[in-house]
Design a protein around this ligand. Structure first.
Ligand code: H76
Length: 369
């Protein structure tokens, strides 16, 4: 089927930046923002959804949430300590929330007043994080929500001409913010898009395609997963011909392919929460939270199916990590120290899982067979 905005490449990217991505094995996700202050609680009540979505809770007035920036002061935020913890855990890449759905920017954006400089903390958080992780040898990816609850021009759908006019302004704003991020933080290896599921964006396939090409020209080697674009018909991830639109499949959120065929032979990673569902800090972790053993098994499974595994952390409003997360990171790191050869640069071995574990294969084992 002829498509103007479908996949422009069939099969994997084979350049050095993507080869490096493929070898990571283990990654870290960090969700940090205004929601980290509340930790899922408001006025003595507990929100049962993911804590970073608390603004959408009818018990919490928007004015209250949108004024939280006046209290945002992560005084114990220590980017070097964050990088050190990630390093000990053995992660090779980190994805940081620069702006979640609430629209609050953790960097001093010229294009939105709803940003870190207006808080008591005042200082840029993204730059120090990017540099601390980069210095520790951990590649940095920037999470960016396209959906922005703070922008008046954001639309869920384009029903009228006026909607399209507003949304065109929104597209310019989005492009400006992304240009700003890549310019301020040239160490960035890729962008992790989210909030791209609404009809307005699905109708903007031409724009998301041009944006993807523009960003890659601006920042050669940049890695962008399959969540940014939509094809001519509004298909996401895979175009109408079944080809992946993006450098890797970005649909594995809190789920893992059940076998190799489910990966369709694409590059992919899985992003996973430690509690059941919830990415930002939540004072109470309801239900089951994953033990380091469970997470290590998931890591081994992902690598055995040619994917990377990314574990999410949601630091507290003061900028420190809860003990459970510190312990989890440490125990995974201890395991990685012994077993990293089976993770870094490793992938699908073509053999079935056994009761005792998974097979992974590196180039080195491949040669020795
Ligand atoms: C739904 C949704 C969002 N995507 C995850 C990666 C979190 O950021 C969550 O809030």
């Amino acid at each position: 089927m002829p498509l103007k905005y479908g996949a422009h490449r069939i099969g994997k990217r084979t350049d050095p930046d993507m080869n490096r991505w493929r070898d990571y094995g283990l990654g870290e996700f960090i969700h940090f923002g205004l929601y980290s202050i509340l930790g899922g609680d408001y006025n003595g009540m507990h929100y049962n959804g993911a804590s970073e979505w608390i603004r959408s809770w009818n018990k919490l007035p928007h004015e209250v949430y949108d004024n939280l920036y006046k209290k945002f002061n992560p005084k114990d935020f220590d980017p070097e300590a964050w990088a050190k913890m990630a390093k000990q855990m053995g992660v090779k890449y980190v994805t940081i929330t620069t702006k979640h759905h609430d629209g609050f920017c953790l960097w001093p954006s010229k294009f939105s007043d709803f940003n870190i400089t207006k808080t008591p903390y005042k200082k840029d958080m993204i730059g120090p994080m990017v540099r601390a992780f980069d210095k520790a040898g951990i590649d940095v990816y920037l999470y960016f929500s396209v959906m922005d609850w703070h922008q008046k021009d954001w639309r869920y759908d384009l029903k009228t001409a006026a909607d399209s006019v507003a949304f065109n302004r929104f597209k310019t704003f989005t492009k400006n913010q992304l240009t700003e991020l890549l310019t301020l933080y040239p160490e960035t290896k890729g962008l992790w898009f989210d909030g791209t599921w609404d009809t307005s964006w699905k109708k903007s396939g031409a724009f998301s395609d041009s944006l993807d090409q523009y960003l890659k020209k601006l920042h050669p080697g940049l890695i962008i997963g399959s969540r940014l674009r939509a094809d001519d018909y509004g298909n996401r991830h895979f175009d109408a011909n079944g080809h992946l639109m993006g450098d890797y499949e970005q649909g594995w959120e809190r789920k893992i392919p059940k076998d190799y065929s489910a990966t369709r032979g694409n590059d992919w990673d899985c992003v996973m929460t430690i509690p059941e569902n919830g990415w930002g800090y939540a004072k109470t972790w309801m239900g089951h939270w994953k033990t380091p053993y469970e997470l290590i098994e998931m890591l081994a499974k992902c690598v055995s199916l040619d994917g990377n595994f990314v574990i999410n952390f949601g630091p507290k409003g003061d900028g420190t990590f809860r003990n459970k997360e510190i312990q989890t990171a440490r125990q995974i790191g201890d395991w990685m120290q012994v077993n990293h050869e089976a993770i870094y640069g490793a992938g699908y071995a073509g053999w079935e899982k056994q009761d005792w574990g998974y097979y992974t294969k590196t180039e080195r084992t491949q040669r020795s067979i």
